[in-house]
Write a protein that binds this ligand. Structure first.
Ligand SMILES: [Zn+2]
Length: 695
């Protein structure tokens, strides 16, 4: 009577039945087992019941394990699938469209759907749109589909964030038939899911027509996980698109600019048709004034010197072609064009520094290789390319993009990069006849030389060379020795105005100050307090500043040069002569216009030079300590990159205080500013060539 539907199976002669439930701990009844007896009237005994129940406990366990195994396998399949999706999507994000195509293909496979579509949200117009539509056919040109974000199933999902699983689309009020009408396709079942990025909906994926039956709960679950990956991939693709667009914009800008930054054909022709000087009298004198060379003659002088240095390289093999005059003309003219019209760091300064190094190369008994001489000369010519008349510290303070690219030796890195850019212009590669090894070497040397013009690096370079030189261990065969001498030569030549005759020195100091004061003015206009030497209201302090600069940096540099290359002694003599005058002015609180006639200063010379002797003696003593300390600091810096900046800053501070023996505090300020970038050290050393290539 309790079983009106009878037994589980139809049988005629069933006499007795034993039915026992199969129970599971968390899901209750899993099933029922029925045991029948057809031909015996014996009923099942208590013992039969117990035996069956015991066996069923084992059956329960087996069933449970099978279920667990199946669900694990499903999860694993999903994981494998998602991993493959992620790999494939992220491996080649070529464009947004490719990513969308991939997402749709994978989504279809995942839930076994016939079609898939991905609608993105246009937040400006609050519309959903799809540029690529799954038509089932490949490479069919498609029109963009767009509709308001509250329309249709996709619209509902986009505006509510709710997942929709619809078994019969045409019976659902939310279904928008327009898309079917546009694509000519008949939609039956739909699974539609939102895609989020950082908590907001960026689009929806819609799966259409499950191939067998309708979309299940399991489809929904796996699809939910998949949607997270879609969000990430779309976000990346969007960023990538953005980057690619700005890269293209940058390339166009670069093309335009480099066209205008190159010398024109007319400019080239003018130089080409000017007779080339065979000999320039007095050009290798240390007292020669590059600033007095007429502006349009400077290029010819540069070419004259460059050709001479290139010819040194050809001496071993007369027939070997090492340079191309046309390239040299274009290179020189373009370099000239890429110096800005600032008071001091302009083409005239570049010319003077190139001339200074040419003088050193021509007058000393050095053993630099021809390629090294060439590197020195070209580095000097290019060492301040595109200088904006502002110090590194100013670039950092004013958050210039350059300071963001190069955190240390900001401008120097830029000068070098600009040099490489010019060399890469068509018809500008003056090094094209070098072997590839030499080419690599010369670029490396030029880089090192240009970076060495950052005064912050001077103290370290000087300490290294001083140590070698003091121990009489300088060896031309040691490439490290040669390179540190090249670095010191760069500083000596960069500061060449400081050893020029008094009137030339004065003329140059005026333009340097003009540039500094302009920076000071700009700082004042931004509400900042410039350093005293950048402040035109404090111009009376100039003699003190010059004394500090000469004693703190120039003379130690020139003396070291003269120690290794005795023929550079005129640098020391010139600087000492100027120092006497600045000291006289400083001690008597006079301005430059008040300097008595030469005769008057000469009478005071003895007294003044005694003071200098005093100070250089003291200098000698502190120098040793300096270099020891510097070495220690250097060793420390090598070990701990992160501490480099700090310890170098300290060492520079110490150097300043020790080597400037007497000058008043005001005097040492000049050293402060001219080596203001002293906080900066070469921490990002070797990436530069590649950096350049990347840009
Ligand atoms: Zn310079």
């Amino acid at each position: 009577m309790r079983f009106p539907a009878g037994l589980g199976i139809k049988m005629e002669h069933v006499q007795t039945v034993l039915a026992i439930p199969i129970l599971q701990e968390d899901s209750g009844v899993l099933g029922v087992i029925e045991l029948y007896r057809q031909f015996s009237t014996d009923s099942f005994t208590q013992e039969d019941e117990e035996v069956t129940a015991t066996l069923l406990v084992w059956a329960d366990v087996c069933v449970e394990y099978v279920q667990m195994y199946n669900s694990m396998m499903r999860q694993r399949k999903l994981n494998d699938f998602l991993l493959a999706v992620t790999k494939s999507i992220f491996q080649d994000i070529v464009s947004m469209d490719t990513v969308i195509m991939k997402i749709m293909n994978y989504a279809k496979k995942l839930v076994n759907a016939d079609r898939a579509s991905l609608f993105l949200l246009d937040t400006k117009t609050t519309e959903l749109y799809a540029r690529i539509f799954d038509t089932g056919k490949e490479h069919v040109p498609q029109k963009e589909i767009r509709f308001p974000m509250d329309k249709g199933v996709a619209g509902h999902v986009a505006s509510t964030g709710q997942v929709l699983n619809i078994t019969d689309a045409y019976n659902d009020g939310r279904f928008n038939r327009e898309v079917d009408m546009q694509t000519g396709y008949r939609t039956k079942s739909i699974l539609c899911m939102p895609i989020y990025i950082r908590g907001s909906i960026i689009g929806v994926v819609q799966m259409v027509n499950k191939k067998e039956g309708t979309f299940t709960m399991a489809d929904e679950e796996s699809f939910e996980t998949f949607a997270i990956y879609c969000g990430l991939a779309l976000h990346h693709a969007k960023l990538y698109d953005k980057i690619r667009r700005s890269e293209q914009k940058y390339k166009v800008a670069l093309e335009v600019l480099s066209y205008h930054a190159q010398c024109t054909d007319d400019e080239y022709k003018i130089i080409k048709s000017t007779p080339f000087p065979d000999n320039i009298p007095g050009i290798i004198d240390y007292e020669f004034s590059p600033w007095d060379v007429e502006d349009n003659r400077k290029c010819l002088y540069v070419l004259y010197m460059m050709k001479d240095i290139f010819s040194m390289a050809t001496k071993k093999n007369e027939n070997e072609k090492r340079y191309d005059l046309d390239d040299m003309i274009r290179f020189t003219m373009t370099v000239k064009k890429n110096y800005r019209n600032v008071p001091y760091h302009n083409w005239a300064h570049a010319f003077s520094v190139a001339h200074a190094v040419y003088t050193v190369i021509k007058t000393t008994k050095h053993s630099f290789s021809p390629v090294e001489c060439l590197a020195l000369y070209v580095a000097c010519l290019c060492h301040d390319l595109d200088h904006r008349g502002k110090t590194n510290a100013f670039m950092v303070k004013s958050a210039s993009p350059l300071a963001a690219i190069y955190s240390t030796s900001t401008m120097e890195h830029h000068h070098f990069n600009h040099t490489v850019t010019i060399l890469q212009n068509e018809g500008h590669n003056i090094f094209k006849h070098l072997t590839s090894d030499q080419y690599k070497q010369i670029l490396g040397d030029i880089r090192q030389c240009i970076l060495a013009t950052d005064l912050a690096l001077f103290f370290g370079n000087r300490a290294r060379l001083q140590e070698v030189s003091d121990k009489n261990e300088f060896s031309w065969d040691d490439s490290e020795h040669r390179h540190v001498l090249m670095a010191i030569s760069m500083t000596a030549c960069d500061l060449c105005s400081m050893y020029k005759p008094w009137d030339v020195q004065l003329q140059v100091v005026n333009v340097i100050m003009e540039e500094f004061w302009l920076q000071g003015d700009e700082e004042k206009s931004q509400g900042l307090t410039p350093m005293p030497m950048m402040d035109r209201d404090k111009k009376d302090e100039l003699p003190h500043l010059e004394v500090g600069f000469l004693v703190g940096i120039c003379l130690p540099c020139y003396e070291l040069m003269a120690q290794v290359l005795p023929n550079t002694k005129p640098m020391v003599d010139g600087a000492v002569s100027n120092l006497k005058k600045w000291k006289y002015l400083a001690e008597n609180k006079l301005t430059v216009d008040q300097l008595p006639p030469e005769q008057c200063v000469k009478q005071l010379e003895y007294k003044t030079s005694e003071n200098i002797l005093d100070s250089s003696e003291k200098n000698k003593q502190t120098e040793k300590d300096d270099s020891d300390e510097q070495n220690k600091l250097d060793a420390k810096a090598e070990n701990k990159d992160e501490q480099t900046e700090e310890s170098k800053m300290e060492s520079v501070e110490e150097n300043k205080n020790k080597s400037i023996d007497n000058p008043s505090e005001k005097g040492s300020l000049l050293t402060d500013v001219r080596s203001e970038s002293s906080v900066l050290v070469h921490s990002d050393n070797d990436n530069n060539l590649t950096e350049h290539d990347n840009t």
